[in-house]
Design a protein around this ligand. Structure first.
Ligand code: SF4
Length: 477
């Protein structure tokens, strides 16, 4: 979400006539877009701002802005600690970036943080702004912002606000625009994508469907379940999947408690929806899951996982896991190991708990797990998940996969990086014809734990993109 916001800030600046600078020294405007989900965001921000202080002294016209969720959280503190910052703006007013920078030229430093987005203002959704994408064949589409859940370790609800879904018709228009420009892979973005649309159906009360209703909630819901409050994510997957030119649809992140059979069926029935599910487990201990406010037990998680695997052929499942959450005992940790082993994930992002000021978990200081224990648990868990990744990868050796070429591999200049439908990285021998955006069929030849190696069988489709954007998504009905 944060990277997508950065694309939008770049897009807005370009639309205003700026061009990308090759270095900080040559820039007229520098925007630091922060994300406080990551550990040490504040240290890194103040480090970067410290380095920019000298530059600003040498070049007084240089404008420095700090954006993103750390700006949302720390506000005045940023300008107090770094007086050379011209503008501080938050996550709900990305659309004002250019206006604020211009205003600060005449009025001096500005802080503008909005507590919530103005719902009627479609530009408050990052996807409704101009964009500067780094890749031509792939695009992100924000389907909702904010989160209504209350996971006790997470800062998102307080910095991104409550959950608000974008109108159904607006999303379809945006994806159609992307398809017209040659984009073939779409990633739907949200903090809890599978609750998308619940707020939209809640608001709809009229008995007679009209065009505005269709734009808000889509025709599938109106046909089937008029006036019933429910999420629309399954409808969205089906409708996006029908848009001509879109070959791959991905989404991040779903919440396990909201993964329904309807969504599993939509994934399985919609050819362009990739066979990959990122389902964050976080812990295998029921008492820790309850302390985290996750809303499911380990048994429930495994049940949902089983439903997804039996409903979607060749599904790859990845997850997030946290070790050392306050109060985590050896027994809790053993339960996480057991559930992780049973779940047989294709890959897992594992983290050591780190406290985020402002969250409930940060107040549980007396129960913090000591660092040495947390590191030991982290390493033990890594071994378990690496073992299952390796097994899952080995199963793919000899198979024929469809891959999308991403570009040169960092593993070596003689390799090309591609991605399978299951979201696995697969490296191929370099060939001039394999431009980014090309679809190809390959045979998997080797399988280390973090990527696959393969041989090209045939090129299926060449890139369709014609030009770089910027795009303006449809603003209103
Ligand atoms: S679902 Fe939980 S972890 Fe995810 S954004 Fe919402 S509060 Fe944070």
């Amino acid at each position: 979400m944060n990277e997508h916001d950065s694309e939008r800030i770049s897009g807005l600046l370009e639309a205003d006539g700026l061009v990308p600078a090759v270095s900080e020294e040559e820039a007229d405007v520098i925007v630091l877009n922060t994300c406080c989900i990551r550990e040490n965001a504040d240290n890194r921000l103040y480090g970067a701002l410290g380095n920019l202080k000298t530059l600003k002294a040498e070049k007084p016209d240089l404008q420095i802005a700090v954006a993103g969720c750390l700006a949302q959280k720390d506000r005045e503190l940023i300008q107090k600690r770094a007086k050379h910052v011209d503008v501080v703006f938050g996550t709900h007013n990305v659309q004002n970036a250019v206006k604020l920078l211009k205003k600060s030229q005449s009025q001096g430093p500005i802080i503008e943080i909005l507590e919530e987005i103005v719902e009627e203002d479609n530009q408050a959704f990052p996807s409704a702004l101009p964009v500067r994408r780094e890749v031509d064949h792939r695009a992100w589409v924000t389907i909702q912002i904010g989160c209504d859940n209350t996971c006790t370790y997470c800062i998102v609800p307080s910095v991104r606000g409550r959950e608000i879904s974008r109108p159904f018709g607006q999303l379809l228009n945006e994806v159609r625009n992307f398809a017209d420009q040659g984009v073939t892979e779409i990633t739907l973005l949200g903090q809890n994508v599978n609750s998308y649309g619940r707020d939209l159906t809640k608001k709809l009360k009229s008995d007679d469907p009209c065009e505005t209703d269709v734009f808000q909630v889509g025709d599938l819901w109106l046909e089937a379940d008029r006036r019933k409050i429910k999420p629309l994510f399954a409808d969205l997957l089906k409708s996006v999947g029908l848009i001509e030119g879109i070959e791959r649809v991905r989404f991040i992140s779903p919440h396990p408690k909201d993964l329904t059979l309807e969504i599993v069926a939509a994934m399985s029935e919609t050819k362009s929806v990739c066979e990959h599910l990122h389902l964050p487990l976080q812990s295998g201990s029921d008492s820790i899951l309850s302390a985290m406010h996750r809303g499911y037990s380990s048994e429930r998680f495994l049940h949902k996982l089983k439903q997804a695997r039996s409903g979607i052929k060749d599904l790859a499942v990845t997850t997030d896991l946290i070790v050392g959450f306050p109060g985590e005992s050896e027994k809790d940790f053993d339960e996480t190991l057991q559930v992780a082993a049973e779940a047989q994930f294709d890959a897992a992002y594992t983290y050591i708990f780190s406290s985020r000021p402002g969250t409930k978990a940060a107040e549980m200081e007396s129960e913090f797990v000591d660092h040495v224990t947390a590191v030991r648990r982290y390493e033990t868990l890594r071994n378990v998940v690496t073992r299952s990744s390796l097994l899952k990868h080995k199963e793919r050796v000899g198979r024929v996969e469809e891959v999308l070429v991403e570009g040169r591999s960092k593993k070596g200049t003689d390799l090309i990086k591609t991605r399978t439908r299951q979201n696995k990285i697969l490296h191929l021998k370099f060939e001039e014809s394999l431009r980014a955006g090309t679809y190809a069929r390959v045979q998997v030849t080797e399988a280390p734990s973090h990527y696959l190696l393969g041989e090209l069988l045939e090129i299926v489709a060449t890139p369709k993109h014609r030009k770089r954007i910027p795009v303006m998504a449809e603003q209103s009905v």
